[in-house]
Design a protein around this ligand. Structure first.
Ligand SMILES: NC(=O)c1ccc[n+]([C@@H]2O[C@H](COP(=O)([O-])OP(=O)(O)OC[C@H]3O[C@@H](n4cnc5c(N)ncnc54)[C@H](OP(=O)(O)O)[C@@H]3O)[C@@H](O)[C@H]2O)c1
Length: 244
């Protein structure tokens, strides 16, 4: 007798952002993803800081899988001036989402970030080193909230036997990035500065010493080739944390 697998409903939080939009394009271009219903949500669909609204959202869509991308995200200047807000918003978002994911026993992949690693670290870094020391003070609110997302996911795995995993992508850039100069990450900020310098025939001034080494990846490549992509798209039931 033929068996049919239950319908899959994949809910993507943060579906309107840089990574969420890239994921949406990949799913749209891949007929093998058609067996699942994909739902991409932004803040206007539900403010995930609100636990009651988040619970109602999950009751409405009844997801079987969740890709949790939603976060209060920003560049250096935004983090420096609003560390507390980044901490509180992200802790609340993650608490709401994980509580709903536990209640619905979904498979969950959540996104961390390489900027949460210890400020003083040996290189190369790997996922075992996330908690080995304090993050850089400039973004400690965001970093500690993301680190707690890793802890929270791991404890849910242990306590409830759920498939909750986290991935750690490097710095990404691409379409739908945030180009606002006071909010942006490095690459979109530099692109905007170049544009303005060209437009006004003014010098291009780049902040910093120029000495730090950074790693960047176009979001399309993150989703095309990496292990992160595999976890995001195939929602593997792996019980390990992985880097991008
Ligand atoms: N960008 C990077 O370099 C990078 C690197 C590593 C990891 N990550 C992680 O990847 C994930 C996605 O990042 P991104 O660059 O795509 O961010 P982004 O472009 O800033 O998008 C953030 C997403 O989160 C949603 N969101 C924010 N606050 C929310 C709230 N209170 N309720 C519901 N939705 C909310 C936004 O919705 P609206 O559009 O409606 O505001 C948007 O869809 C994040 O978890 C981030 O930490 C990013």
């Amino acid at each position: 007798m033929a068996t049919t697998s239950p319908p899959q409903v994949v809910l993507v939080t943060g579906g309107t952002g840089l990574v969420g939009n890239a994921l949406r394009s990949v799913v749209a271009a891949d007929p093998s993803k058609e067996h699942a219903t994909w739902i991409f949500l932004g803040r206007k669909d539900c403010d995930l800081i609100d636990a009651v609204a988040t619970k109602a959202l999950f009751e409405r869509y009844k997801p079987t899988h969740v890709i949790h991308l939603a976060a209060h995200v920003g560049g250096l200047f935004a983090n420096l001036t609003s560390n507390l807000e980044f901490y509180e918003d992200n802790m609340r978002i993650n608490d709401s989402v994980l509580a709903a994911c536990v209640a619905h026993r979904v498979k969950l992949v959540s996104c961390l970030s390489t900027c949460i690693f210890p400020d003083k670290s040996a290189y190369p870094i790997d996922e075992t080193m996330v908690h080995n020391g304090p993050p850089h003070a400039s973004n400690e609110g965001y970093s500690y909230a993301k680190r707690m997302l890793e802890v929270h996911s791991r404890l849910c795995r242990t306590a409830f036997g759920l498939d909750f995993v986290t991935v750690v992508p490097t710095n990404v850039y691409g379409p739908y990035d945030q180009f606002n100069l006071s909010q942006s990450h490095v690459v979109p900020g530099l692109i905007h500065k170049c544009y303005l310098a060209k437009l006004h025939s003014t010098p291009l001034i780049v902040g910093g010493t120029g000495k730090p080494l950074r790693q960047f990846m176009c979001v399309a490549r993150v989703l095309a080739h990496s292990h992160t992509s595999h976890l995001l798209l195939h929602h593997a039931a792996s019980r390990t944390t992985s880097r991008g």
